[in-house]
Design a protein around this ligand. Structure first.
Ligand code: FAD
Length: 899
């Protein structure tokens, strides 16, 4: 090629380098630059490096001097049906994914409206609503893994191809998706796909206009089960039409149609034969759905229960709509000049631009040393500033108080504390976001470590200080919960417990999407910060998937608003709603969070008994494979679990191995789901037990470890593995108990989503002897075994920070470490955790060191005699009246608090 043609602005040596990287035939001169056709990720990386060196931009679309296009090799599509996933190169046409998935009985969740004109890379770069968004979210919600070439040519992977990215440090999946190319070039994507069933279209004509349609829409969005793929209102030719597509098993689609008929009939709607015809309007706005009737739109896509994307061919209509409805202009190119600033406050938009800039070219050289000269010494002057920030009554330096706050639930001997400076200088108890921000400002200025803390139930030392400093106790006074049933949201301060939040929602007929089984004590901010999995995750995702907006307090005390309290954050720049999850207190403190909540209907637990636990595998796999049944929760407990409860004198059902499947929603739907599940279970030998047993197990879902009553250490080894390996991994757990000579407690666990399953085999441990610590070797052993299946241990905290290097490739880990410096240049946010486990002696808990220690523990444990802690303790344990009362006291009815 001749670079001098067509006014090419690139230097000849840049063109030559491009030719060397991809071959002369793949470099074409265009007006002002070149188009480079790439055939591999390596070539994209080479092009990015050349562009960086030449100080010019390279991108897939846009008017950049180097335009990257994908050859046929970069258009490959592979459906991995057993993972409910489609792996596609970025250049693939999205329609090719839809077709390939359909051929295997699957459907892509969110789809671009003009799928044949959009590539995978373009769709993944957008955070714009599409077909299926009401049911499955946007492109970002489909991501399992993205391969991305950053602007400096570094290649990273954001997640995993066959398992969810829970508890795996900073959440890169949903920050790259939707970043509109601002961060780098997506070269490949692994996306979730769902069992398809059938899809049917329905149309209704509504007497009147938007105002009349509004009542019907409000009724539809309040239905606990209706989740259309298309949910579109059109006002044209004097008619107001509502178009809905339902997808799933035939019987469920029929039920959706019948429910919709009834709702529309009650609201002046008449079924119509009209067929939806795509209309392309030039101008769009995102508005809160509550204000839809005030809009001036020709068309409205109902995007979720909170948001409408309205469009018109007149910009004046859109401007009037935005003014009347409190919305914002929806456009791609949020990063173009000034657009982000129009839809976010000054602090948030600046942060967004800085973050995009950093992620595109992660280089922290200029800020890494900015904290070097800080005193990092807590003293009276700092105490005074903290008193100014939160009031004297909320600053506590007393010895016993500081001792209480020097650890979390981990049953470690006192000696373990010697490795860390884990006794804080001071404990503060803020009650507002502004107070937390004020504390952070003081800490930032002087370089004092701040450990955010909820109720310290995690057990990985996340809330244990590593370098003294300030413990920020969020749970004591920062725990207000406000439910708004009209908007279907709950606004909650991050120190509130999940139970308080759930109770408040249930009292008004709603549930929160998901919560940890430790919900009586676990706090909102902490579970967000661990990006954990729990009850309800199978149906509603994890905590992050239900966030509408949150205040995020940064290390320097600045406060961001990640979204909007009354509508989704579509088309508004980077997706900050989900960015900070998984950061384990090292990137921010969560302030007040606004969550979506869900109309409850009924909750109906069922239980099936199996001779052997592994026999439940075909039932679990068939439930996952069904296009319509969607349990709120799937959990299991094996026979050891029940036997030990009985031995401990607790009530336990007479069953072998129990699979608990809980449904939630409108009663007629729940009945249908139960019928399908009964049929599946019967086919594979699962015996349905009395509902009273199922209800008992559901009620006890937060007391899994109740055999602890005999006064013994009861520790779960928590790992996740791909869902498809469930049956095999049950056997692995039993084998592992034997190999490691454990005192078996039982095997319990939950299904997290179609790709992910969480196993928590637990064991009894001697808490009195130092040698009891060796039992922890089982956790390392099981983590190693999980890796063989494509899984991993979860969470890092202080003790497992070294695992980060095993959980991601080197480039991605390096990016995460630099991200920590970018977000916290003075290293004051929970230092010594997650990305840099560090003892007070400056010894890093590196992967090499910790894996050597863990291997050694395993070897010694295998040489020790088998343990019988449970039986021994039963013989010598006295169950006193006080403990009896404590057990009685925890009997409660959800929604009504303790009674
Ligand atoms: C019996 C039992 C059952 C459990 N079940 C589950 C389960 O089903 N799923 C699951 O994921 N986990 C589970 N856990 C682990 C633990 O309960 C959860 O991680 C829970 O979210 C911790 O809440 P906490 O308030 O006790 O947090 P803490 O232990 O106090 O803190 C945990 C982490 O969060 C950070 N943090 C706390 N508050 C904030 C804030 N406001 N902003 C930023 N960071 C913050 C801390 O620095 C720390 O790193 C269980 C634990 C037990 C003992």
């Amino acid at each position: 090629m001749d670079c001098n043609k067509k006014n090419c602005e690139l230097a000849p040596e840049t063109c030559e380098a491009l030719v060397a990287a991809v071959g002369a035939a793949n470099v074409k001169a265009t007006e002002g630059g070149v188009t480079v056709t790439v055939s591999s990720t390596e070539q994209v990386a080479a092009v990015a490096k050349i562009a960086k060196k030449a100080k010019v931009a390279a991108a897939v679309c846009g008017n950049t001097p180097i335009t990257v296009t994908f050859s046929e090799a970069m258009q490959k599509v592979e459906v991995v049906a057993e993972d409910y996933a489609v792996k596609a190169k970025a250049g693939a046409n999205f329609q090719a994914l839809i077709d390939a998935a359909a051929a295997k009985g699957l459907i892509m969740g969110a789809q671009p409206y003009h799928a044949s004109r959009v590539t995978v890379g373009e769709w993944m770069g957008s955070n714009t609503p599409g077909y299926g968004t009401y049911k499955y979210g946007t492109a970002k919600d489909a991501v399992l893994n993205l391969e991305v070439v950053l602007k400096d040519g570094t290649v990273i992977e954001t997640g995993y191809d066959d398992i969810g990215a829970y508890m795996s440090a900073y959440n890169l999946n949903q920050i790259i998706a939707g970043s509109e190319g601002a961060i780098g070039i997506i070269t490949s994507a692994t996306l979730k796909a769902y069992p398809a069933g059938v899809t049917k279209s329905f149309a209704y004509e509504i007497a009147g206009g938007l105002a009349e349609a509004d009542a019907a829409i409000q009724a539809l969005i309040r239905h606990p089960n209706l989740k259309p793929m298309r949910f579109t209102l059109q006002v044209a030719d004097g008619k107001t039409m509502l178009f809905l597509d339902y997808q799933g098993a035939q019987a469920f689609v029929d039920a959706d149609a019948a429910e919709t008929d009834a709702i529309l009939e009650a609201n002046g709607g008449k079924k119509s034969d009209a067929v939806y015809k795509p209309a392309c309007y030039k101008f769009k706005a995102v508005i809160p759905i509550a204000n839809l009737s005030k809009s001036n739109a020709k068309m409205a896509m109902i995007v979720d229960r909170y948001t409408a994307l309205v469009s018109s061919d007149s910009m004046d209509d859109i401007k009037a709509t935005i003014e009347a409805c409190g919305g914002r202009k929806a456009c791609g190119w949020a990063f173009a000049d000034g657009n982000i600033e129009k839809v976010h406050d000054e602090t948030t938009s600046k942060f967004m631009r800085d973050l995009a800039g950093f992620l595109a070219e992660p280089n922290v050289d200029s800020i890494a040393k900015s904290g070097d000269k800080l005193s990092r010494e807590y003293n009276d002057a700092i105490r005074e500033k903290l008193v100014e920030a939160v009031g004297a009554a909320n600053v506590n330096e007393s010895g016993p108080e500081r001792l209480l706050y020097c650890h979390d639930l981990a049953p470690l001997p006192k000696m373990a504390g010697i490795a860390f400076d884990n006794i804080p200088d001071v404990v503060v108890r803020p009650s507002t976001t502004a107070q937390i921000a004020a504390v952070m400002k003081v800490a930032y200025k002087h370089g004092i470590a701040v450990t955010p803390r909820g109720n310290s139930t995690w057990g990985l030392g996340g809330a244990q200080p590593a370098f003294r400093g300030i413990v920020c106790d969020c749970s004591s006074k920062f725990n207000k919960v406000t439910v708004d049933e009209k908007t279907m949201t709950v606004k909650v301060q991050s120190g509130a417990t999940w139970k308080a939040t759930l109770d408040a929602c249930m009292a008004k007929g709603f549930i929160v999407g998901s919560y940890p089984s430790s919900f009586p004590a676990a706090t909102i901010g902490a579970w967000l910060s661990t990006n954990g999995m729990g009850i309800g995750s199978f149906k509603y995702g994890s905590a992050k998937d239900n966030v509408l907006d949150m205040e995020v307090i940064l290390s320097n005390g600045e406060v961001l608003h990640t979204g909007y309290g009354d509508m989704g954050n579509y088309n508004s720049g980077l997706n900050l709603n989900q960015f900070f999850v998984g950061s384990e207190g090292t990137a921010c403190i969560f302030g007040t969070v606004t969550f979506r909540i869900h109309p409850m209907g009924v909750i109906h637990p069922l239980a099936y008994d199996f001779e052997n636990l592994a026999d439940a595998n075909p039932v679990i796999q068939a439930i996952i494979a069904d296009p319509s049944i969607r349990p709120l929760h799937i959990a299991w407990s094996d026979h050891y679990h029940f036997e030990h409860q009985k031995m401990a004198g607790l009530h336990a059902p007479d069953v072998h191995n129990l699979l608990l499947v809980t449904y939630q929603g409108q009663e007629n739907y729940v009945d249908m789901e139960i019928a399908v599940t009964d049929e599946i279970a019967a086919k594979f030998g699962g015996k349905r037990v009395d509902d009273a047993i199922a209800s008992h197990e559901w009620d006890e879902r937060c007391y899994e470890f109740r055999a602890r009553k005999v006064g013994i250490g009861e520790i779960p080894a928590e790992v996740i593995v791909p869902a498809k390996t469930w049956g095999k991994f049950v056997d692995e757990c039993y084998t592992g108990f034997g190999v490691m000579k454990m005192d078996i407690g039982g095997i319990i666990g939950v299904m997290v989503d179609n790709q992910t399953t969480l196993f928590m085999p637990y064991y009894f441990k001697d808490d009195e002897m130092m040698t009891g610590m060796l039992a922890f070797a089982f956790n390392m052993y099981l983590g190693d075994r999980a890796e063989v299946y494509g899984g991993r241990s979860t969470g890092y905290g202080i003790f497992f920070a070294g695992n980060l290097d095993a959980a991601h490739d080197a480039n991605t880990v390096a990016l995460m470490r630099e991200l920590k410096t970018f977000l916290d240049p003075h290293d004051v946010m929970n230092p010594g955790h997650l990305v840099c486990g560090m003892t007070k002696f400056g010894i890093g808990m590196s992967h090499g060191l910790s894996s050597f220690m863990f291997k050694m523990m395993q070897t010694i444990k295998k040489l020790m005699p088998p343990e019988h802690n449970f039986e021994n303790n039963i013989k010598r344990f006295k169950f006193n009246k006080y403990t009896e009362e404590k057990c009685e006291d925890r009997k409660h009815v959800l929604g009504r608090g303790y009674e």
